[in-house]
Design a protein around this ligand. Structure first.
Ligand SMILES: CC(=O)CC(=O)SCCNC(=O)CCNC(=O)[C@H](O)C(C)(C)COP(=O)(O)OP(=O)(O)OC[C@H]1O[C@@H](n2cnc3c(N)ncnc32)[C@H](O)[C@@H]1OP(=O)(O)O
Length: 389
Protein backbone atom coordinates (compact mmCIF):
# COMPACT_ATOMS: atom_id res chain seq x y z
CA UNK A 1 0.00 0.00 0.00
CA UNK A 2 1.46 3.36 -0.93
CA UNK A 3 0.38 6.94 -0.48
CA UNK A 4 -3.38 7.37 -0.22
CA UNK A 5 -6.01 10.08 -0.52
CA UNK A 6 -3.56 12.96 -1.00
CA UNK A 7 -2.20 12.92 2.56
CA UNK A 8 1.49 12.36 3.19
CA UNK A 9 3.02 9.04 3.99
CA UNK A 10 2.88 7.77 7.56
CA UNK A 11 6.00 8.46 9.59
CA UNK A 12 7.38 7.30 12.92
CA UNK A 13 7.63 10.35 15.18
CA UNK A 14 8.50 8.94 18.60
CA UNK A 15 9.92 5.69 19.99
CA UNK A 16 10.02 4.34 23.56
CA UNK A 17 10.69 1.09 25.39
CA UNK A 18 10.41 -0.37 28.88
CA UNK A 19 11.68 -3.46 30.66
CA UNK A 20 10.66 -4.95 34.03
CA UNK A 21 13.06 -4.86 36.95
CA UNK A 22 14.18 -8.49 37.42
CA UNK A 23 17.38 -9.18 35.53
CA UNK A 24 18.19 -12.68 34.30
CA UNK A 25 21.88 -13.15 33.43
CA UNK A 26 22.33 -15.62 30.59
CA UNK A 27 25.69 -17.03 31.73
CA UNK A 28 24.15 -18.37 34.96
CA UNK A 29 20.69 -19.03 33.58
CA UNK A 30 21.01 -22.81 33.16
CA UNK A 31 21.76 -23.16 36.89
CA UNK A 32 18.92 -20.86 37.83
CA UNK A 33 16.35 -22.39 35.48
CA UNK A 34 17.01 -25.99 36.50
CA UNK A 35 16.96 -24.93 40.15
CA UNK A 36 13.63 -23.06 40.12
CA UNK A 37 12.02 -25.86 38.13
CA UNK A 38 13.36 -28.54 40.53
CA UNK A 39 15.06 -30.26 37.59
CA UNK A 40 18.66 -30.53 38.77
CA UNK A 41 18.44 -34.32 38.43
CA UNK A 42 18.35 -33.91 34.60
CA UNK A 43 22.13 -33.53 34.49
CA UNK A 44 22.67 -34.13 30.75
CA UNK A 45 19.77 -31.92 29.72
CA UNK A 46 21.07 -29.12 31.91
CA UNK A 47 24.50 -29.35 30.29
CA UNK A 48 22.88 -29.22 26.84
CA UNK A 49 20.76 -26.26 27.90
CA UNK A 50 23.84 -24.40 29.20
CA UNK A 51 25.41 -24.88 25.74
CA UNK A 52 22.27 -23.56 24.01
CA UNK A 53 22.20 -20.54 26.34
CA UNK A 54 25.81 -19.77 25.48
CA UNK A 55 25.16 -20.04 21.75
CA UNK A 56 22.23 -17.60 21.84
CA UNK A 57 24.65 -14.65 22.22
CA UNK A 58 22.16 -13.14 24.63
CA UNK A 59 23.74 -11.41 27.61
CA UNK A 60 20.74 -10.75 29.79
CA UNK A 61 16.96 -10.73 29.79
CA UNK A 62 14.35 -9.10 31.99
CA UNK A 63 11.43 -10.76 33.72
CA UNK A 64 8.36 -9.32 35.35
CA UNK A 65 7.97 -12.41 37.56
CA UNK A 66 10.25 -12.31 40.61
CA UNK A 67 12.30 -15.18 42.00
CA UNK A 68 10.03 -15.21 45.07
CA UNK A 69 6.90 -15.42 42.89
CA UNK A 70 8.30 -18.25 40.78
CA UNK A 71 9.42 -20.28 43.78
CA UNK A 72 6.03 -19.93 45.46
CA UNK A 73 4.05 -20.84 42.30
CA UNK A 74 5.37 -24.23 41.12
CA UNK A 75 2.67 -24.74 38.42
CA UNK A 76 4.48 -22.03 36.42
CA UNK A 77 7.89 -23.70 36.60
CA UNK A 78 6.57 -27.25 36.07
CA UNK A 79 6.88 -28.55 32.52
CA UNK A 80 3.10 -28.81 32.22
CA UNK A 81 0.65 -28.12 35.02
CA UNK A 82 -2.77 -26.41 34.98
CA UNK A 83 -1.85 -22.76 35.52
CA UNK A 84 -3.74 -20.63 33.01
CA UNK A 85 -5.58 -18.54 35.62
CA UNK A 86 -2.39 -17.83 37.52
CA UNK A 87 -0.53 -16.88 34.36
CA UNK A 88 -3.38 -14.65 33.21
CA UNK A 89 -3.26 -12.81 36.56
CA UNK A 90 0.39 -11.95 35.94
CA UNK A 91 -0.35 -10.86 32.37
CA UNK A 92 -3.30 -8.73 33.53
CA UNK A 93 -0.95 -6.74 35.73
CA UNK A 94 2.27 -6.78 33.73
CA UNK A 95 1.19 -6.32 30.09
CA UNK A 96 -0.58 -2.94 30.55
CA UNK A 97 1.93 -1.70 33.12
CA UNK A 98 4.96 -2.29 30.90
CA UNK A 99 3.02 -1.14 27.82
CA UNK A 100 2.05 2.14 29.47
CA UNK A 101 5.65 2.82 30.51
CA UNK A 102 6.92 2.27 26.96
CA UNK A 103 4.04 4.35 25.56
CA UNK A 104 4.84 7.23 27.89
CA UNK A 105 8.46 7.14 26.77
CA UNK A 106 7.36 7.18 23.11
CA UNK A 107 4.97 10.08 23.75
CA UNK A 108 7.70 12.07 25.54
CA UNK A 109 10.01 11.38 22.60
CA UNK A 110 7.28 12.54 20.20
CA UNK A 111 6.94 15.80 22.18
CA UNK A 112 3.18 16.34 22.11
CA UNK A 113 0.48 15.62 24.69
CA UNK A 114 -0.94 12.12 25.26
CA UNK A 115 -4.38 13.64 24.67
CA UNK A 116 -3.37 14.30 21.03
CA UNK A 117 -3.32 10.52 20.37
CA UNK A 118 -6.35 9.61 18.24
CA UNK A 119 -5.82 5.85 17.78
CA UNK A 120 -4.23 3.11 19.90
CA UNK A 121 -3.11 -0.26 18.52
CA UNK A 122 -2.09 -2.61 21.30
CA UNK A 123 -0.37 -5.88 20.56
CA UNK A 124 0.44 -8.78 22.89
CA UNK A 125 0.92 -12.51 22.58
CA UNK A 126 0.46 -13.01 26.28
CA UNK A 127 -3.09 -12.22 27.26
CA UNK A 128 -6.63 -13.42 26.67
CA UNK A 129 -8.56 -10.80 28.61
CA UNK A 130 -11.45 -8.51 27.65
CA UNK A 131 -11.60 -5.60 27.94
CA UNK A 132 -7.97 -5.75 26.96
CA UNK A 133 -4.73 -4.10 27.97
CA UNK A 134 -5.51 -1.40 25.39
CA UNK A 135 -8.23 0.00 27.64
CA UNK A 136 -6.02 -0.16 30.75
CA UNK A 137 -3.22 1.66 28.93
CA UNK A 138 -5.62 4.28 27.59
CA UNK A 139 -6.70 4.91 31.21
CA UNK A 140 -3.16 4.93 32.58
CA UNK A 141 -2.11 7.48 29.95
CA UNK A 142 -5.27 9.56 30.34
CA UNK A 143 -6.21 9.18 26.67
CA UNK A 144 -9.62 10.59 25.73
CA UNK A 145 -12.54 8.13 25.78
CA UNK A 146 -12.95 8.87 22.08
CA UNK A 147 -9.59 7.23 21.28
CA UNK A 148 -10.10 4.49 18.66
CA UNK A 149 -8.64 1.30 20.10
CA UNK A 150 -7.60 -1.89 18.36
CA UNK A 151 -6.39 -4.91 20.34
CA UNK A 152 -4.21 -7.53 18.63
CA UNK A 153 -4.16 -10.77 20.66
CA UNK A 154 -1.92 -13.80 20.17
CA UNK A 155 -0.10 -12.42 17.15
CA UNK A 156 3.45 -13.55 17.95
CA UNK A 157 6.76 -12.09 16.92
CA UNK A 158 5.58 -10.35 13.75
CA UNK A 159 3.01 -8.35 15.75
CA UNK A 160 4.90 -5.05 15.46
CA UNK A 161 4.93 -5.40 11.66
CA UNK A 162 1.16 -5.93 11.60
CA UNK A 163 0.57 -3.01 13.96
CA UNK A 164 2.80 -0.68 11.93
CA UNK A 165 1.08 -1.69 8.68
CA UNK A 166 -2.32 -0.92 10.22
CA UNK A 167 -1.05 2.35 11.72
CA UNK A 168 0.18 3.34 8.27
CA UNK A 169 -3.25 2.82 6.75
CA UNK A 170 -4.96 4.71 9.56
CA UNK A 171 -2.52 7.65 9.49
CA UNK A 172 -2.69 8.02 5.71
CA UNK A 173 -6.48 7.90 5.53
CA UNK A 174 -7.52 10.02 8.51
CA UNK A 175 -6.17 13.58 8.42
CA UNK A 176 -4.48 14.55 11.69
CA UNK A 177 -4.54 10.98 13.06
CA UNK A 178 -1.79 10.18 15.57
CA UNK A 179 -1.57 6.45 16.16
CA UNK A 180 0.09 5.03 19.26
CA UNK A 181 1.39 1.50 18.61
CA UNK A 182 2.25 -0.48 21.75
CA UNK A 183 3.76 -4.00 21.81
CA UNK A 184 3.98 -5.45 25.30
CA UNK A 185 5.17 -8.96 26.09
CA UNK A 186 5.87 -10.88 29.31
CA UNK A 187 6.87 -14.52 29.43
CA UNK A 188 4.21 -15.36 32.04
CA UNK A 189 2.21 -17.52 29.61
CA UNK A 190 5.08 -19.49 28.09
CA UNK A 191 7.49 -19.91 31.00
CA UNK A 192 7.74 -23.60 31.94
CA UNK A 193 10.27 -26.14 33.15
CA UNK A 194 12.32 -28.50 30.95
CA UNK A 195 11.37 -31.82 29.36
CA UNK A 196 13.76 -34.18 27.59
CA UNK A 197 11.09 -34.77 24.97
CA UNK A 198 10.65 -31.10 24.05
CA UNK A 199 13.80 -29.40 22.77
CA UNK A 200 11.83 -26.60 21.10
CA UNK A 201 10.56 -25.54 24.52
CA UNK A 202 14.09 -25.59 25.88
CA UNK A 203 15.32 -23.36 23.04
CA UNK A 204 12.46 -20.93 23.74
CA UNK A 205 13.29 -20.84 27.45
CA UNK A 206 16.81 -19.77 26.51
CA UNK A 207 15.53 -17.02 24.22
CA UNK A 208 12.40 -15.22 25.31
CA UNK A 209 12.37 -12.16 27.55
CA UNK A 210 9.96 -9.45 28.69
CA UNK A 211 9.81 -5.94 27.22
CA UNK A 212 7.44 -3.39 25.79
CA UNK A 213 8.10 -0.98 22.96
CA UNK A 214 5.95 1.76 21.49
CA UNK A 215 5.95 4.23 18.60
CA UNK A 216 3.83 7.19 17.58
CA UNK A 217 2.82 7.20 13.91
CA UNK A 218 1.35 10.11 11.93
CA UNK A 219 1.41 11.73 8.50
CA UNK A 220 2.19 15.39 7.72
CA UNK A 221 4.25 16.49 10.77
CA UNK A 222 3.06 19.72 12.39
CA UNK A 223 4.48 22.09 15.01
CA UNK A 224 6.58 20.33 17.63
CA UNK A 225 6.89 17.09 15.63
CA UNK A 226 9.84 15.51 13.84
CA UNK A 227 9.52 12.58 11.49
CA UNK A 228 12.24 9.93 11.78
CA UNK A 229 11.22 7.08 9.49
CA UNK A 230 8.68 7.29 6.68
CA UNK A 231 6.83 4.02 6.03
CA UNK A 232 6.89 3.92 2.25
CA UNK A 233 5.43 0.46 1.63
CA UNK A 234 4.25 -2.43 3.78
CA UNK A 235 3.32 -5.98 2.97
CA UNK A 236 2.62 -9.37 4.50
CA UNK A 237 3.73 -12.68 2.97
CA UNK A 238 3.40 -16.30 4.02
CA UNK A 239 6.20 -18.77 3.36
CA UNK A 240 4.67 -21.89 1.76
CA UNK A 241 4.65 -25.20 3.62
CA UNK A 242 5.97 -23.77 6.90
CA UNK A 243 2.76 -23.83 8.92
CA UNK A 244 4.35 -26.09 11.54
CA UNK A 245 7.64 -24.23 11.82
CA UNK A 246 6.42 -22.16 14.77
CA UNK A 247 3.14 -22.97 16.42
CA UNK A 248 1.68 -21.93 19.74
CA UNK A 249 -1.62 -22.62 21.41
CA UNK A 250 -3.35 -21.57 24.59
CA UNK A 251 -4.05 -24.44 26.95
CA UNK A 252 -4.74 -25.08 30.62
CA UNK A 253 -0.96 -25.08 31.01
CA UNK A 254 -0.55 -21.63 29.48
CA UNK A 255 0.93 -21.03 26.03
CA UNK A 256 2.60 -24.15 24.66
CA UNK A 257 4.78 -23.69 21.58
CA UNK A 258 6.88 -25.62 19.12
CA UNK A 259 9.96 -24.25 17.35
CA UNK A 260 11.17 -26.27 14.38
CA UNK A 261 14.91 -26.89 14.13
CA UNK A 262 14.91 -25.57 10.53
CA UNK A 263 12.97 -22.39 11.21
CA UNK A 264 15.96 -20.13 10.52
CA UNK A 265 16.63 -22.00 7.28
CA UNK A 266 13.03 -21.55 6.09
CA UNK A 267 13.21 -17.80 6.70
CA UNK A 268 16.61 -17.29 5.11
CA UNK A 269 15.73 -19.38 2.04
CA UNK A 270 12.82 -17.09 1.26
CA UNK A 271 13.98 -13.64 2.28
CA UNK A 272 15.93 -12.57 -0.79
CA UNK A 273 12.82 -12.47 -2.96
CA UNK A 274 11.02 -10.37 -0.34
CA UNK A 275 13.93 -7.92 -0.16
CA UNK A 276 13.88 -7.48 -3.93
CA UNK A 277 10.09 -6.95 -4.00
CA UNK A 278 10.30 -4.31 -1.26
CA UNK A 279 13.27 -2.40 -2.67
CA UNK A 280 11.54 -2.29 -6.08
CA UNK A 281 9.05 0.07 -4.39
CA UNK A 282 11.75 2.68 -3.69
CA UNK A 283 11.60 5.71 -5.98
CA UNK A 284 15.17 5.18 -7.09
CA UNK A 285 17.26 2.09 -7.78
CA UNK A 286 18.72 0.63 -4.60
CA UNK A 287 21.40 -1.78 -5.70
CA UNK A 288 23.92 -2.14 -2.92
CA UNK A 289 22.36 -3.75 0.17
CA UNK A 290 25.39 -2.94 2.31
CA UNK A 291 26.08 0.66 1.22
CA UNK A 292 22.52 1.86 0.66
CA UNK A 293 20.23 -0.01 3.05
CA UNK A 294 19.79 -0.13 6.84
CA UNK A 295 18.29 -3.32 8.30
CA UNK A 296 15.88 -3.93 11.16
CA UNK A 297 15.43 -7.70 11.25
CA UNK A 298 13.40 -9.42 13.97
CA UNK A 299 15.98 -10.96 16.29
CA UNK A 300 14.27 -14.34 16.49
CA UNK A 301 17.48 -16.06 17.50
CA UNK A 302 21.20 -15.94 16.70
CA UNK A 303 20.82 -18.47 13.91
CA UNK A 304 17.99 -16.47 12.30
CA UNK A 305 20.21 -13.38 12.13
CA UNK A 306 23.30 -15.34 11.01
CA UNK A 307 21.47 -17.02 8.16
CA UNK A 308 19.70 -13.85 6.98
CA UNK A 309 23.00 -11.97 7.05
CA UNK A 310 24.76 -14.72 5.12
CA UNK A 311 22.12 -15.29 2.42
CA UNK A 312 21.82 -11.54 1.75
CA UNK A 313 25.60 -11.08 1.73
CA UNK A 314 25.44 -8.44 4.46
CA UNK A 315 28.51 -7.22 6.28
CA UNK A 316 28.69 -8.15 9.98
CA UNK A 317 27.85 -4.64 11.22
CA UNK A 318 24.65 -4.37 9.15
CA UNK A 319 22.55 -6.28 11.71
CA UNK A 320 24.10 -4.58 14.74
CA UNK A 321 20.84 -3.00 15.94
CA UNK A 322 19.03 -6.37 15.85
CA UNK A 323 21.95 -8.18 17.48
CA UNK A 324 22.19 -5.54 20.22
CA UNK A 325 18.44 -5.71 20.90
CA UNK A 326 18.81 -9.47 21.26
CA UNK A 327 22.00 -9.26 23.35
CA UNK A 328 20.41 -6.82 25.77
CA UNK A 329 16.90 -8.28 26.04
CA UNK A 330 16.66 -11.68 24.32
CA UNK A 331 13.79 -12.32 21.92
CA UNK A 332 10.97 -10.11 23.19
CA UNK A 333 8.44 -11.26 20.57
CA UNK A 334 6.49 -8.37 19.08
CA UNK A 335 8.53 -5.78 21.00
CA UNK A 336 11.81 -7.04 19.49
CA UNK A 337 11.99 -5.21 16.20
CA UNK A 338 10.86 -1.89 17.72
CA UNK A 339 13.54 -2.29 20.37
CA UNK A 340 16.02 -2.74 17.52
CA UNK A 341 14.65 0.44 15.89
CA UNK A 342 15.17 2.32 19.16
CA UNK A 343 18.72 0.97 19.35
CA UNK A 344 19.47 2.02 15.75
CA UNK A 345 18.10 5.50 16.35
CA UNK A 346 20.16 5.84 19.56
CA UNK A 347 23.39 4.64 17.95
CA UNK A 348 22.87 6.89 14.90
CA UNK A 349 22.35 9.95 17.15
CA UNK A 350 25.41 9.06 19.22
CA UNK A 351 27.49 9.13 16.05
CA UNK A 352 25.79 12.35 14.79
CA UNK A 353 24.72 10.60 11.58
CA UNK A 354 22.51 12.35 9.06
CA UNK A 355 19.53 10.02 9.61
CA UNK A 356 18.28 7.74 12.38
CA UNK A 357 18.85 4.86 9.93
CA UNK A 358 22.64 4.76 10.35
CA UNK A 359 22.92 7.86 8.16
CA UNK A 360 21.28 6.06 5.19
CA UNK A 361 18.04 6.82 3.38
CA UNK A 362 16.49 3.42 2.64
CA UNK A 363 15.80 0.68 5.14
CA UNK A 364 13.94 -2.58 5.54
CA UNK A 365 12.10 -3.79 8.61
CA UNK A 366 11.29 -7.50 8.82
CA UNK A 367 8.99 -9.21 11.31
CA UNK A 368 8.78 -13.04 11.39
CA UNK A 369 6.07 -15.06 13.08
CA UNK A 370 3.88 -18.14 12.96
CA UNK A 371 2.66 -18.98 9.46
CA UNK A 372 5.55 -18.55 8.73
CA UNK A 373 4.48 -14.99 8.21
CA UNK A 374 6.83 -12.23 7.14
CA UNK A 375 5.96 -8.58 7.59
CA UNK A 376 8.07 -6.28 5.42
CA UNK A 377 8.18 -2.50 5.65
CA UNK A 378 10.19 -0.29 3.34
CA UNK A 379 11.41 2.68 5.37
CA UNK A 380 12.86 5.99 4.28
CA UNK A 381 14.89 7.62 7.06
CA UNK A 382 14.43 11.38 6.93
CA UNK A 383 17.27 13.84 7.58
CA UNK A 384 17.71 14.51 11.30
CA UNK A 385 16.05 17.82 12.18
CA UNK A 386 14.82 19.66 15.21
CA UNK A 387 11.06 19.43 15.82
CA UNK A 388 9.07 21.77 13.54
CA UNK A 389 8.76 25.19 15.22
C1 LIG B 1 9.33 -17.05 13.10
C2 LIG B 1 10.08 -16.38 14.13
O1 LIG B 1 11.25 -16.14 13.95
C3 LIG B 1 9.39 -15.97 15.37
C4 LIG B 1 10.26 -16.20 16.56
O2 LIG B 1 11.03 -15.37 16.94
S1 LIG B 1 10.12 -17.70 17.31
C5 LIG B 1 11.77 -18.01 17.87
C6 LIG B 1 12.67 -18.28 16.70
N1 LIG B 1 14.01 -18.67 17.09
C7 LIG B 1 14.43 -19.96 17.13
O3 LIG B 1 13.71 -20.90 16.85
C8 LIG B 1 15.88 -20.18 17.51
C9 LIG B 1 16.75 -20.32 16.30
N2 LIG B 1 17.95 -21.07 16.67
C10 LIG B 1 19.06 -20.49 17.11
O4 LIG B 1 19.21 -19.30 17.17
C11 LIG B 1 20.19 -21.44 17.47
O5 LIG B 1 19.86 -22.73 16.99
C12 LIG B 1 20.45 -21.54 18.99
C13 LIG B 1 21.02 -20.22 19.50
C14 LIG B 1 19.20 -21.89 19.76
C15 LIG B 1 21.48 -22.66 19.26
O6 LIG B 1 22.64 -22.36 18.53
P1 LIG B 1 23.26 -23.45 17.52
O7 LIG B 1 24.47 -22.86 16.92
O8 LIG B 1 22.21 -23.94 16.61
O9 LIG B 1 23.71 -24.55 18.53
P2 LIG B 1 23.82 -26.11 18.26
O10 LIG B 1 25.00 -26.59 19.07
O11 LIG B 1 23.78 -26.43 16.81
O12 LIG B 1 22.48 -26.62 18.92
C16 LIG B 1 22.40 -26.96 20.24
C17 LIG B 1 21.45 -28.14 20.36
O13 LIG B 1 20.11 -27.63 20.32
C18 LIG B 1 19.36 -28.33 19.35
N3 LIG B 1 18.36 -27.45 18.80
C19 LIG B 1 18.51 -26.16 18.43
N4 LIG B 1 17.32 -25.69 18.02
C20 LIG B 1 16.43 -26.66 18.15
C21 LIG B 1 15.03 -26.76 17.91
N5 LIG B 1 14.34 -25.71 17.46
N6 LIG B 1 14.41 -27.92 18.16
C22 LIG B 1 15.12 -28.99 18.63
N7 LIG B 1 16.44 -28.95 18.91
C23 LIG B 1 17.08 -27.80 18.65
C24 LIG B 1 20.40 -28.76 18.32
O14 LIG B 1 19.94 -29.84 17.53
C25 LIG B 1 21.57 -29.15 19.21
O15 LIG B 1 21.34 -30.43 19.74
P3 LIG B 1 22.55 -31.51 19.79
O16 LIG B 1 23.56 -30.93 20.74
O17 LIG B 1 21.90 -32.76 20.31
O18 LIG B 1 23.07 -31.63 18.41
Amino acid sequence: MGKACGYGLATIMGIGKAVPKHVVEQNTFADYYFDISNSNHMVDLKAKFAKICEKTMIERRYWYMSDEFLRSNPPITAYKSPSLGLRQQVADEAVPQLGAEAALNAINDWGRQASDITHLIFCTTESGRMPGADLRVARLLGLPLSTNRLMLYQVGCHGAGIALRLAKDIAENNPGARVLVVCSEVTAMGMRGPSEADMGNLVGQALFGDAAAAVVVGADPTAGERAMFEMVWASQDTIPKTENAVASWLSEEGIVYTLHRDLALYISSNIEELVQAALAQAEEGVEDWNQEVFWLVHPGGREVLDRVESVLGLRKEKLTASREAMRQHGNTLSASVLTAMDEMRRRSAERSLATAGEGLKWGLLFGFGPGLTVETILLRALPVTQPIA
